[in-house]
Ligand binder design. Structure first.
Ligand SMILES: [Ca+2]
Ligand SMILES: [Ca+2]
Length: 400
C-alpha cells in the first residue's frame, strides 16, 4: 500500500493527540523523579542553579568550563582595582615632585596601559572555549571598577589645598609626605579589598556548584579571619586625615562586588540532540520531545519558520520531508513539546541521532540536563506499520 504525505500528516495529527496525553503522563512522572532526586543532591554533580541570597544574585553557569572562565574574568576585574590604584598613587607622587602625573599613560597606553591590558586579558579568557557567559558585560564591569577607583580619589586625597590635576577626577595634593604615605597605604588596602571580596564570592560559587556550603559570610565577615574584618583592622591602624572616610569607600566596594555576582549567569542557549533507537527499516519517524517550559523556549509556535530554524537534521537522509510542531501540551500558554517528523520513502530513516534542537534559556534558570527532557518516538515502516522503539536526549550542550 502506497502512503501519501497527506495521509501521514492526518495520522500524525491523530498521533499528536495521543502523544500529548502520553507526554502529560510522562511529565508528571518526570517531575516526581526530579523531586526525589534534585540535581544538587548527587555527590560530584555539578549544580547549575540560582545562587543563595548571600550572593545577592546570579546563577551558576550551565557549563562548568564557562564557570571557570567567569571566575578568571572576575578575578581579573577585581585585580584591576589595584593596578588602577597604583597608577593614581604613582601619579600623586609625580605631581608632588612637580612632574607630570603620567596617569593617562599608566592607564591607557595601548601597549602597557592598565585598561588596554585588562581588555586584552578578558579577550584572552573569552577566546578560550567555551568562552564567557554572553549574559554579562565583563569589559564594562572592569571599566566600572576603574571609574570607581578614580572617583574614590576625592575621598582618599581629601586633605590638602592644591587640587590634583583633572585626570585624578578630584582630590588634593596631600599636605605632607606622611599624609601621602598613609592615605596611599589605606587606598592600597581598599584595592586589596576588591580582590579579597571577589575571592570569597568566587570560592563560594565554586563550593555551591559542588553542592557544598558556600562559606561566603564567614569568608567576608568572620570576626577573626573575615576579609572585611581584616580590612577594617588595617584601616584602623593607619593615621588618616579626619576627612578621609574609608568606611564609605568600603561599603561601595562591598556593594559593587556583590552586584558583580550577576556575572554568574546561565546559558543563553541549550542544544539538545535527540537520538532514536529502533530495529528494522523506518520510512517515517517522529520524536515528541518534552521540555521544561519554565526554563527553555523556542521562539514562535507550531511550524513557524522561527521554530524550523531551531531544528538541525542529524539523520543525513536526502530527499526526506520534515514536519515540525512546537506546542503547549498543558495549556499554560507556554510551549513545552517540540515534535519533529521525517518521512523518507526513497531511503530509510536510520536509528541514531535524529535532530538537534536549539532552545533559548530563560533568564535566571539553571541548566537543563538530558534527564530534564522527555521523549516519545513514533516510527513506522513503508506500509505504515508501527515500529517499536524509543528516543531520548543523548547530549546537551550550552551556548554560553
Ligand atoms: Ca515556542
Ligand atoms: Ca506548557
Amino acid at each position: 500500500m502506497k502512503k501519501s504525505f497527506s495521509s501521514w500528516f492526518a495520522r500524525a495529527a491523530t498521533l499528536s493527540v495521543a502523544a500529548s496525553a502520553r507526554a502529560a503522563t510522562l511529565s508528571v512522572a518526570a517531575s516526581a523523579l526530579l523531586m526525589t532526586a534534585p540535581s544538587g543532591s548527587d555527590a560530584g554533580t555539578y549544580v547549575s542553579a540560582p545562587l543563595p541570597t548571600e550572593f545577592g544574585g546570579g546563577v551558576v553557569p550551565a557549563d562548568p568550563k564557562v564557570l571557570k572562565n567567569v571566575q578568571k574574568a572576575s578575578a581579573t576585574i577585581a585585580k584591576l582595582a589595584a593596578t588602577v590604584d597604583k597608577c593614581y598613587a604613582k601619579g600623586v607622587g609625580n605631581v608632588a615632585k612637580g612632574a607630570p602625573s603620567g596617569v593617562d599613560t599608566c592607564l591607557n597606553d595601548p601597549a602597557k596601559g592598565a585598561l588596554p591590558k585588562f581588555l586584552a586579558a578578558i579577550d584572552k579568557i573569552d577566546a578560550k572555549a567555551p568562552g564567557l557567559s554572553s549574559c554579562y558585560d565583563f569589559k564594562a564591569a572592569g571599566q566600572n571598577v576603574a571609574n570607581t577607583v578614580k572617583a574614590s580619589n576625592a575621598e582618599v586625597y581629601c586633605d590638602g589645598t592644591t587640587a590634583l590635576p583633572a585626570e585624578f577626577g578630584g582630590g588634593f595634593l596631600p599636605p605632607n609626605s606622611d599624609t601621602q604615605k598613609n592615605v596611599q597605604k589605606a587606598s592600597k588596602e581598599l584595592a586589596k579589598l576588591w580582590a579579597s571580596i571577589e575571592k570569597c564570592y568566587s570560592k563560594g560559587v565554586g563550593n555551591f556548584s559542588k553542592a557544598k556550603a558556600d562559606g561566603v559570610t564567614a569568608c567576608l565577615t568572620d570576626p577573626a579571619k573575615g576579609v572585611i574584618t581584616k580590612y577594617q583592622a588595617k584601616i584602623a591602624g593607619i593615621t588618616l586625615p579626619p576627612c578621609a572616610d574609608f568606611a564609605t569607600l568600603q561599603a561601595q566596594v562591598e556593594g559593587i562586588s556583590k552586584a558583580a555576582n550577576n556575572q554568574y549567569c546561565a546559558c543563553s542557549q541549550t542544544v539538545a540532540t535527540v537520538t532514536t533507537s529502533y530495529g528494522g527499516s523506518a520510512s517515517a519517524a517522529s520524536t515528541f520531545l518534552g521540555y521544561d517550559d519554565a526554563a527553555l523556549d523556542i521562539p514562535g509556535f507550531g511550524s513557524q519558520q522561527s521554530v524550523i530554524d531551531r531544528i538541525d537534521d542529524q539523520t543525513g537522509v536526502v530527499g526526506g520531508t520534515f514536519s515540525y510542531a512546537d506546542t503547549d501540551t498543558n495549556a499554560n500558554t507556554l510551549d513545552d513539546q517540540i515534535a519533529v517528523g521525517l518521512i523518507s520513502l526513497s531511503q530509510s530513516v536510520p536509528a541514531g541521532d535524529f535532530v538537534s534542537v536549539t532552545f533559548d534559556c530563560k533568564a535566571g534558570q539553571g541548566a537543563a540536563v538530558a534527564g530534564d527532557f522527555t521523549c516519545t518516538l513514533d516510527a513506522s515502516d513503508i506500509n505504515g506499520a508501527q515500529i517499536a522503539g524509543s528516543c531520548s536526549v543523548s547530549s546537551v550542550s550550552y551556548v554560553p
